[in-house]
Design a binder for this molecule. Structure first.
Ligand code: FAD
Length: 389
C-alpha cells in the first residue's frame, strides 16, 4: 500500500495525544498533523469512564473536541487504526492494516493497558476504553452480586458505580486498606467507611489469585493496575524500562521521536499516571516537536475522588513520606467543611496535602498556593482562615 507523509504523527489520541496536537498548533499553524487512534470513537475524557458508568455513555459523550475542531485545526484523524511497529531510522510508522506512514517528527502517546488477572476461575472484565465501559454497563444489567477486584482508586470508583446501579458489591484487593498507595491510613479509612456506609463489602488483603476468594458473584470486574502500552515498540530500538524513557523535554532515545502521558517513563520524579500530567506532557511534547525548547517542571496535579457525597483530595502524597525523617506532618482540626486534613512539610517547604471536605479548599487555596510556591505556613494559615459560608 502506498505510503503517506505527515510533518507530525501522534500515536494515541487521548489526553496526551490531543494535547500534543494542541501544542504543535500553538506554534505551527501549517504543518500537517496525523492523530492515530486504535479506538473507533473521537477522543474523550477517559476519567469519566469510571464516574459515569452507572448512567452508561454513548460514543459522542464527553468528547475532548467535536469533529469540527479537528477539521478547523487541519488535523487528520485515523480512528480504529492500530500502530504495530515503528522504524526510527527510516522515519516510518506501520499500521495493522498495512498502511505505512512517513513522518517528520512523531509522538508516542499510546497510554497504558490494564494488568490482567491470570489463571482465575472467574472471567474478569477491565475498564480502560469507552467500549469496555459500554460492554460492562450492558452486562451489569444481568448481574446482581458483583466482585470488584483491586482496591485502588479505580476499584473504589467502580464499587461506587455498581452500588449506584443497585448491585450488591464486594470490593477486594491486596492492600491493607483502600487506596493504600495514594492515601495515608486516616484518609483511607474514611474512604473505607464511606463505602461500607453505602452497603459495599470491603475485603482488604484479599488477593484475586486462583480460588482464594471465589464468592457467588455473577459479575467480576478487575482494576489491579496498568502497564504502559509500549509492547508495539519492542522492535523499534527506542529505550524503554516498563514505559518509554523520556527526558525533561519529552524526547526519547531516538531523534525526532517524543513521548508523553501514561506510556512515558520520565527519568525524574514527576507526577505521572494522572489525566493532567498526560495533558501537560503532551502539550510540552507538542511545542518541542514544533521547534520550541520547553522543559517539564513539577506541577501541582492532584488526585481527586468524589465518592458518593464526599470529596477526597491528595497532592503529591506517597507512603514513603511517613518514613522520611526530614518530613513532618500536621493535622488540622475537623470542621463542618473539612472532615480530614493532613499536610506535610520539610522545614517550611510544602511537601504534600490530603483532605476530605469542601472541593473549594483544594481548588481555591491549596492548588493555587502550591503553584505560586507558597511556604507551608502560608498554606496552613489560608486553610485555617478560609471564609465560611
Ligand atoms: C476508568 C479510568 C478512570 C480514571 N480516572 C482518573 C482520574 O479521576 N484522575 C486522573 O488524574 N486520572 C484518571 N485516570 C488516568 C487517566 O485517564 C490517564 O492518566 C490518562 O488518560 C492518560 O492519558 P494518555 O493520553 O497518556 O493515555 P490514554 O488515555 O490511555 O490513551 C492512549 C490511547 O492510545 C491508544 N493506543 C494504544 N496503543 C495504540 C496503538 N498501538 N496504536 C494506536 N493507538 C493506540 C489507546 O487506545 C488510547 O486511546 C483514569 C483512567 C481510567 C482508565
Amino acid at each position: 500500500m502506498a505510503g503517506t507523509f505527515f510533518d507530525y504523527v501522534i500515536v494515541g489520541a487521548s489526553r496526551a495525544g490531543v494535547s500534543c496536537a494542541e501544542g504543535i498548533r500553538s506554534v505551527d499553524s501549517a504543518g500537517s498533523i496525523l492523530l492515530v487512534s486504535r479506538e473507533d470513537v473521537l477522543p474523550y475524557k477517559r476519567t469519566k469512564l469510571s464516574k459515569e458508568l452507572h448512567k452508561n455513555y454513548g460514543d459522542q459523550d464527553f468528547l475532548l473536541h467535536p469533529l469540527q475542531w479537528y477539521e478547523d485545526q487541519k488535523i487528520t484523524v485515523y480512528l480504529g487504526a492500530e500502530a504495530v511497529d515503528l522504524a526510527p531510522k527510516i522515519y516510518t510508522l506501520f499500521l495493522a492494516d498495512g498502511r505505512k506512514i512517513a513522518y517528520g517528527r512523531l509522538c508516542i502517546a499510546s497510554g497504558a493497558s490494564p494488568l490482567e488477572i491470570q489463571d482465575h476461575p472467574f472471567l474478569f472484565r477491565y475498564l480502560r476504553e469507552k467500549s469496555d465501559g459500554q460492554n460492562i454497563f450492558h452486562k451489569a444489567q444481568e448481574w446482581k452480586h458483583i466482585c470488584v477486584a483491586g482496591n485502588g482508586i479505580q476499584g473504589v470508583e467502580l464499587a461506587e458505580q455498581f452500588s449506584l446501579m443497585g448491585k450488591q458489591v464486594d470490593l477486594l484487593g491486596p492492600e491493607s486498606r483502600p487506596m493504600a498507595n495514594r492515601l495515608d491510613p486516616g484518609m483511607s479509612r474514611l474512604v473505607e467507611k464511606t463505602l461500607i456506609s453505602h452497603g459495599i463489602k470491603v475485603y482488604n488483603q484479599k488477593g484475586s489469585s486462583a480460588g482464594t476468594d471465589a464468592g457467588d458473584w455473577d459479575g467480576t470486574v478487575a482494576s489491579i493496575g496498568v502497564r504502559p502500552a509500549a509492547v508495539w515498540l519492542r522492535d523499534s530500538g527506542i529505550n524503554t524500562l516498563s514505559g518509554v524513557i523520556i527526558d525533561t523535554r519529552c524526547r526519547t532515545s531516538e531523534a525526532e521521536i517524543f513521548a508523553a502521558g501514561d506510556v512515558a517513563e520520565p527519568v525524574f520524579p514527576f507526577t505521572s499516571g494522572l489525566w493532567h500530567s498526560a495533558e501537560y506532557q503532551g502539550f510540552t511534547a507538542g511545542v518541542n516537536m514544533a521547534g520550541r525548547d520547553v522543559e517539564l517542571e513539577q506541577q501541582p496535579f492532584r488526585l481527586k475522588l468524589d465518592l458518593f457525597d464526599k470529596h477526597f483530595y491528595a497532592l503529591w502524597y506517597t507512603p514513603g513520606l511517613e518514613a522520611d525523617p526530614g518530613v513532618e506532618s500536621r493535622k488540622l482540626p475537623e470542621a463542618p467543611d473539612l472532615e480530614y486534613c493532613r499536610l506535610f512539610r520539610r522545614g517550611n517547604e510544602f511537601v504534600s496535602a490530603l483532605y476530605c471536605g469542601d472541593p473549594a479548599i483544594g481548588k481555591t487555596i491549596i492548588t493555587p498556593l502550591v503553584r505560586q510556591g507558597a511556604p507551608f505556613d502560608t498554606i496552613v494559615n489560608r486553610i485555617q482562615n478560609r471564609p465560611s459560608d
